[in-house]
Design a protein around this ligand. Structure first.
Ligand SMILES: [Zn+2]
Length: 164
């Protein structure tokens, strides 16, 4: 694999594991390249067959490959993951189809560290939402203060005129 091919793959996957979504920053390293169709089963060493994947997901996937069975691994880009898998509020992934359930189990996508990672990500998103709401509220208050100041200035001008 050439450097530019590697960079293209990383970009394509937004520097995240295609299977579990952890980022290079989370792992503190460049991730691995999975052959979706394992080389041991005749898979080609070709961009079409590459998935950017963290070490753990790559290991759990191993040389499993049954593309024509309901019990198969989903492809991060070619399958509609949302049809097969959903994330619950407790950070655990749940299969919506037989294939989704198999996919989650096979790749151990509810390993404790990943569940904690998702919970933490949800918490961060909620904090961001709260922060946005607070900034909006602050903006509204500033506008009210502005309007009241103008009103007050008007009253002062009138009072000043009367004294004169
Ligand atoms: Zn992963």
């Amino acid at each position: 694999m050439r450097d530019d091919e590697h960079d293209t793959l990383r970009q394509l996957y937004q520097y995240r594991c295609g299977y579990c979504g952890v980022r290079e920053e989370d792992v503190g390293a460049v991730l691995t390249v999975d052959h979706f169709e394992p080389r041991s089963r005749g898979g080609l060493h070709h961009p079409e067959n590459w998935v950017y994947a963290c070490h753990a997901c790559n290991e759990f996937k191993g040389d499993f490959h049954q593309p024509d069975q309901p019990f198969r691994i989903l492809h991060p880009l070619r399958d509609q993951l949302g049809t097969h898998v959903t994330e619950d509020a407790d950070g655990r992934l749940r299969g919506l189809t037989q294939t989704g359930t198999f996919h989650v189990e096979r790749l151990h996508l509810n390993r404790p560290q990943l569940v904690r990672y998702r919970v933490e990500r949800r918490r961060q998103q909620e904090l961001r939402q709260t922060q946005i709401r607070q900034l909006q509220r602050l903006q509204e208050l500033e506008e009210q203060i502005q309007a009241m100041t103008e009103e007050l200035n008007g009253i002062n001008r009138e009072a000043g005129n009367k004294i004169d």
